[in-house]
Design a protein around this ligand. Structure first.
Ligand code: FNR
Length: 360
């Protein structure tokens, strides 16, 4: 393989070569049979285009606006854990790449750089991803720190009442460094079942009793807009709108939680139809090509988030690698827009794609 990767999949291979097996498996792996992990990618492959010709595409505008923030393309950095396992600069490097690509970074609650370090490192628009702790005052403290440090929105992840069963981590006895943001707040243990401190920490931390009424509590402690991440059904999408979320992220947590969840691109339209434009809908899971970005927008997403490709870029080539991953995806997306006859993201419609169940 050439040293300079030409697509996101080649970055994955470089990351695999660069990382210790335990860390690569942690990033790459999914839950149980990894059925949904494969489906997240393959479901995109079953969607084809209905390209329109003889449209003036001499100028293409990829930019879009998410919660009033104008970004260069509808491609956002998803919250993923522990970037320092990929590169010593960790989330600081990722944030710098986000700033230079003019996009949004969602910082993971399980980050290895602190909220303050990430905030000081660049002027990227940053959202903060949140899990709700059993000890609510810890969550409240983190919300305040995110607010104080200029984060613009909260992303509440709701698909993780418990950690999914990731068998590669169990086999590798995955041990993670302590989470600096949470220093002194958690007593790090190692699970006697799995040998993994990550799982023991997560299960100590996550409040499995979290329910819709707790959204009110969260709203009562912050003025930041709240996006909800991990919605896969029309029923939950409608509830989310009713409790006043600012946006919905259709996600199955990169297939790391419930195996045999639907591929997110397959679940997207159900949510889009239920929400009827009342709040913006984003999606993540399996986006590896500019064509995937286009397909998600055609099916009603305002933007996509990318998880693993960012970590692979970081592992392979640090901040530059993350920038290249985003730029490559943008370039591919721009080409897709040109070849489908869409000079701006507003021109991308449902009629530009055909899903496998649709007749010609
Ligand atoms: C994640 N994801 C995740 N989500 C979240 O809300 N908080 C988190 O801390 C993490 N951590 C995390 C670590 C790793 C290694 C991965 C791969 C994923 C899920 C993430 O935000 C996103 O939903 C998926 O990664 C999207 O799928 P792709 O792009 O990885 O296929």
């Amino acid at each position: 393989m050439a040293a300079e990767p030409v697509n996101l999949n080649e970055f994955q291979e470089l990351a695999r070569l660069a990382l210790p097996k335990m860390y690569y498996d942690f990033y790459a792996g999914g839950a149980e049979d990894e059925h949904t992990l494969k489906e997240n990618v393959e479901a995109f492959h079953r969607i084809t285009f209905r390209p329109r010709i003889l449209v003036d595409v001499s100028r293409i505008d990829l930019s879009t606006t998410i919660l009033d923030y104008k970004i260069s393309a509808p491609i956002i950095i998803a919250p993923t854990a522990l970037h320092k396992l990929a590169n010593p600069e960790g989330e600081v490097a990722t944030a710098r790449a986000a700033a230079s690509c003019n996009t949004i970074m969602v910082l993971s609650f399980t980050s290895s750089s602190t909220i303050e370090e990430v905030a000081a490192s660049s002027n990227a628009v940053r959202f903060y991803q949140l899990y709700v702790f059993k000890k609510r005052d810890i969550t409240a403290t983190l919300v305040q720190r995110a607010e104080r440090n200029g984060f613009k929105a909260l992303v509440l992840t709701v698909d993780t009442p418990r950690l999914g069963r990731r068998e590669a981590d169990i086999k590798n006895k995955m041990i993670t460094p302590p989470l600096k943001n949470l220093e002194g707040l958690l007593s790090t243990k190692v699970s006697s079942d799995t040998g993994s401190n990550f799982e023991a920490d997560a299960n100590e931390t996550m409040d499995a009793s979290l329910s819709w009424k707790d959204l009110e509590w969260l709203r009562s402690i912050t003025n930041l807009p709240i996006l909800i991440k991990g919605i896969l059904t029309r029923e939950d999408a409608i509830k989310a709108v009713e409790v006043g979320v600012a946006g919905i992220i259709v996600s199955n947590h990169g297939a790391r939680q419930l195996d045999y969840s639907p591929a997110t691109i397959s679940a997207l339209e159900e949510v889009v139809h239920a929400v009827k434009g009342r709040v913006p809908i984003l999606m993540d899971g399996g986006v590896r090509r500019g064509t995937d970005v286009f397909k998600a927008l055609a099916l009603g997403a305002q933007a996509v988030l990318i998880g693993r490709p960012v970590v692979y870029g970081l592992a392979a080539k640090g901040e530059y690698g993350v920038r290249r991953v985003i730029e490559m995806l943008k370039d591919e997306f721009e080409l897709t827009m040109a070849l489908t006859g869409c000079p701006s993201v507003k021109h991308i419609t449902r009629k530009h794609v055909r899903t496998e169940h649709e007749r010609i």
